[in-house]
Write a protein that binds this ligand. Structure first.
Ligand code: DP6
Length: 345
């Protein structure tokens, strides 16, 4: 017999950023974070997993190319955790249940967007892996339980187990059992809010998030201020802004948090630069656009690409303004219209 499951998982873009780990193997963060999950129509990961007594070893294909599993500690951790759950939750309790946890598996995973573009492929990828494993193993767990496993693949992946508005509660326990994702509001809560991804560069980023954030933890005094004095209050304010659908407040907090995340990168020694001249030009354009009232928010992750959040009615205008300044740019309105995908010259 062959056991098989296929699932897809969405990308999420943080509005209160995760940056820093207090435990690098369990992936426990130094602050809570909050993100918006984008619709799966344009961007998603898709994973098929098969388990069979005919397979001799665990194998992995990423976008059609075979990759080593053993070298990938995080993937190994996700497999170990879900197999252990299969045993304790199902096979130990019910002797007639098939012992799938003993079988070798083949994993095929692909993104429908370029991995190199730095568009949170690890978030959707690990969320998808863990969710598909949970279906294969028929685990009786909810999305928050699964987020604890996905977190050990990539921190931001834990937030992609939910749609809508999602908080990753940092937790305080050493074993990480309370460091999990929870839904703040479902995707139906604020249908008027849209996201547009501006692909400024599809080059692979210089410093990975994993390396970058630990250098920040080691060297930045500003990070300590951020995690102690800024983020706790900002999480509360952000949750309130989302519940009230208060776009100006949501936008202000989003832009301030992106700015502070990049300030913390600059405060890292040696400094880390993720934004480039085009990223900074986008900040200036959005700032100018907002001068008589906040109509759009920008945010940048560990790379130069911008994500713009705005009410639906403003999107066409924002698209027109940005494409006026960057006529060759790729703007992928991932919660609505798909735009052209050429890159800026
Ligand atoms: C800037 O989740 O990619 O996108 O846990 O080491 O895999 P690891 O890092 P990762 O970091 C994401 C950082 C960020 C902010 C965010 O998504 O919250």
């Amino acid at each position: 017999t062959v056991f098989e499951a296929t699932c897809t998982a969405p990308v999420n873009i943080a509005v209160v950023k995760y940056w820093g780990k207090r435990d690098t193997s369990l992936i426990l963060p130094t602050n809570s974070s909050l993100s918006v999950t984008l619709s799966q129509d344009q961007l998603h990961s898709k994973t098929t997993i098969r388990a069979s007594a005919d397979f001799t070893s665990d194998r992995l294909w990423l976008n059609g190319i075979e990759e080593s599993i053993e070298k990938n500690k995080r993937l190994v951790a996700c497999l170990r955790e879900t197999r252990a759950l299969r045993r304790t939750q199902i096979e130990d309790k019910d002797p007639s249940a098939p012992k799938i946890s003993n079988l070798a598996i083949h994993i095929c995973s692909e993104n429908n967007f370029p991995t190199a573009a730095g568009l949170a492929s690890s978030a959707s990828g690990y969320a998808c892996l863990v969710y598909t494993l949970s279906k294969l193993f028929e685990l009786p767990l909810d999305a928050s339980d699964l987020s604890i496993v996905a977190r050990q693949g990539s921190g931001s992946a834990c937030r992609s187990l939910f749609g809508g508005f999602v908080a990753w509660e940092m937790g305080t326990k050493e074993d990480g059992s309370d460091s999990k994702a929870v839904q703040i509001a479902p995707e139906t809560h604020w249908p008027d809010l849209q996201a547009m991804i501006c692909v400024v560069s599809d080059e692979k980023k210089g410093t990975s998030s994993t390396e970058g954030m630990q250098l920040t933890v080691k060297t930045s005094a500003l990070l300590q201020h951020r995690i102690k004095e800024v983020v706790p209050k900002r999480m509360e304010d952000m949750i309130a802004a989302i519940h009230n659908k208060d776009f100006p407040k949501f936008a202000e907090l989003t832009m301030q948090d992106s700015n502070q995340f990049h300030a913390v990168c600059l405060d890292t020694y040696p400094p880390i630069f993720y934004m480039n001249d085009i990223s900074r030009a986008i900040i200036r354009i959005i700032t100018e656009y907002n001068k008589d009232g906040v109509k759009a928010a920008y945010t940048f992750d560990a790379g130069p690409n911008a994500v713009i959040y705005a009410p639906k009615d403003n999107m066409a205008e924002i698209y027109a303004i940005l494409s006026h300044y960057f006529p060759n740019a790729a703007f992928d309105d991932s919660m609505g219209l798909l735009k052209e995908t050429a890159l800026p010259s």
